[in-house]
Design a protein around this ligand. Sequence first.
Ligand code: GDP
Ligand code: MN
Length: 434
Amino acid sequence: MASPVAIAAQAGKLLRERALRPRLLAVRSQAGHLTPRRWLNLQEYQSKKLMSEHGVRVQRFFVANTAQEALEAAKRLNAKEIVLKAQILAGGRGKGVFNSGLKGGVHLTKDPKVVGQLAQQMIGYNLATKQTPKEGVKVNKVMVAEALDISRETYLAILMDRSHNGPVIVGSPQGGVDIEEVAASSPELIFKEQIDIFEGIKDSQAQRMAENLGFLGSLKNQAADQIKKLYHLFLKIDATQVEVNPFGETPEGQVVCFDAKINFDDNAEFRQKDIFAMDDKSENEPIENEAAKYDLKYIGLDGNIACFVNGAGLAMATCDIIFLNGGKPANFLDLGGGVKEAQVYQAFKLLTSDPKVEAILVNIFGGIVNCAIIANGITKACRELELKVPLVVRLEGTNVQEAQNILKNSGLPITSAVDLEDAAKKAVASVTKK
Ligand code: GDP
Ligand code: MN
């Protein structure tokens, strides 16, 4: 058995890593690495809808797409105080800034008219927070909810943790906007309960977490009950994470989930069709959505060499080797496993629709993929799209000889490369020549 301090320190690390992940992804993609989307994140209003359907306590709320709708929602709520919240996937909204000049993605007011005025400065504008890219993320919807007084803010998350091969509940009595700092500076204030997925959550575990979060008297039972309900939700919907921050307490003695974030792995999709249908994809780039239609994964970067690859590993290798040879990738299109000729055509169409692209590098390793199918797709795309930029192709693996012949006999100006290094050199040379 590890000591409680060691466990808490480990939980702190877990929490920091989890909180850092969206930022890491943003940084990595800016640095030119490939991070294909492999999960679904729900907006707060979607998460809270699921929670309230499972008996978890959330505030009454409406969702609005326009300032007018927000105003009407505020009137309809008929609440003493209203909280207006921008709906984006990133955290830290409270301390975020809009490019309309408005400060704060979460506002409290007693006046429905003010809700309308604030919503006007939120909807259609970008909100930048600690967890978004610099330019922020466009806000399409706002949540208009009944505000409640908060006497204490705690942190609660349930996550699927690889190192424990199962669910872990992580909590801290010091929740709220600065939880990352708590995890870093006071790891002893981070508590953890490991759940045996077959036995489920025990009453004693829920009670202990409620106590560790600092809930006293009847609030302790209430908090334990909410924790159990959140766990049952987590399990039922196949989530990888349910995070509530703040998991708060009101002066009237109620335990309420004031914020909510639920994440899923794509592997949950076949069992959770209704939930995955909620994915509005509005935070994707349009080109990512277009690519997804053809089962392709697209990542935009800021260089000038378009890369067409199969598999995330090969994509990262391609990215690195382009950098090593002094070039910069413009984008990545990942073809994945089973390939059809039409997909190759669509891939070229997408790659060349980016005006930054000055050369295309194809790096396909045929294992399951038949290189001849790729070669036919490439020649067809070159002809039909009247390709105007240099094209360097490296194919390897299944049926590669036939593929080489198809390319050679096509009469098209395609540069063949013998290996990845050669391909990268030729692609970089073709853009620096000009
Ligand atoms: P985040 O900044 O993206 O995590 O957004 P939150 O939903 O957590 O809101 C940020 C902060 O606003 C919370 O930590 C609370 O302090 C405060 N807040 C949110 N909703 C309410 C509410 O209904 N009443 C009060 N008094 N404060 C709220
Ligand atoms: Mn929050």
